[in-house]
Design a protein around this ligand. Structure first.
Ligand SMILES: Cc1cc2nc3c(=O)[nH]c(=O)nc-3n(C[C@H](O)[C@H](O)[C@H](O)COP(=O)(O)O)c2cc1C
Length: 165
């Protein structure tokens, strides 16, 4: 890809000093070392509302939520303009956090048919910071999202308190 790469990191947890933020920040640091520009967004600052899946799916033509979700538009625009995506989520009950789930399901509805993200390099980070249980199913949701969006999924980072180093 020509020009400077912009790698976008999304943190799916409000904690700005927690493990999820640290892991996404670490991956962005690596990207900067490789010459990329980076941007980190805390998804709690841009909470996507749940998809109502009710009206005809004109949102997939307009690429805009029919219920006017500025945060979805903002995050969708950021992903459209980046050259690589890092999505980090804590594991909650063996799945991604609620804010990541809402984001993913609305992204399906609005963007899945657009082809806009075909081939976009995407890295998933899952942190099971408690028992470590549910790590793989947490990652699964992220990589299922990448697949539906036809992104080019990179090897995942599955983290627990026990392998953090
Ligand atoms: C509602 C909830 C559910 C959780 N479920 C799991 C779980 O299934 N497995 C696990 O290892 N940790 C679980 N945790 C712990 C989180 O993964 C851990 O708090 C998170 O990684 C810490 O994130 P932070 O350091 O970025 O704040 C859960 C935490 C919450 C709040």
């Amino acid at each position: 890809m020509a020009g400077i790469e912009i790698i976008l990191g999304l943190v799916g947890r409000p904690n700005k000093i927690g493990l999820t933020n640290q892991l996404v920040s670490g991956a962005l640091k690596g990207a900067r070392k490789a010459g990329a520009k980076t941007e980190l967004l805390q998804m709690s600052d841009y909470m996507v509302k749940p998809c109502l899946d009710y009206l005809a799916a004109t949102c997939s033509l307009d690429l805009k939520c029919s219920y006017n979700d500025k945060n979805l538009e903002y995050l969708g625009g950021k992903i459209t303009n980046c050259s690589g995506l890092i999505l980090g989520s804590p594991v909650y009950w063996g799945d991604v956090s609620g804010m990541v789930k809402y984001f993913i399901t609305k992204m399906y509805r609005v963007y899945a048919k657009s082809g806009l993200f075909n081939g976009l390099h995407a890295l998933g980070i899952s942190i099971a910071g408690g028992s470590g249980d549910g790590l793989i199913t947490g990652l699964y949701s992220i990589y299922h999202f990448f697949r539906i969006m036809r992104m080019r999924a990179l090897d995942p980072i599955p983290a627990t308190r026990f392998n953090l180093d």
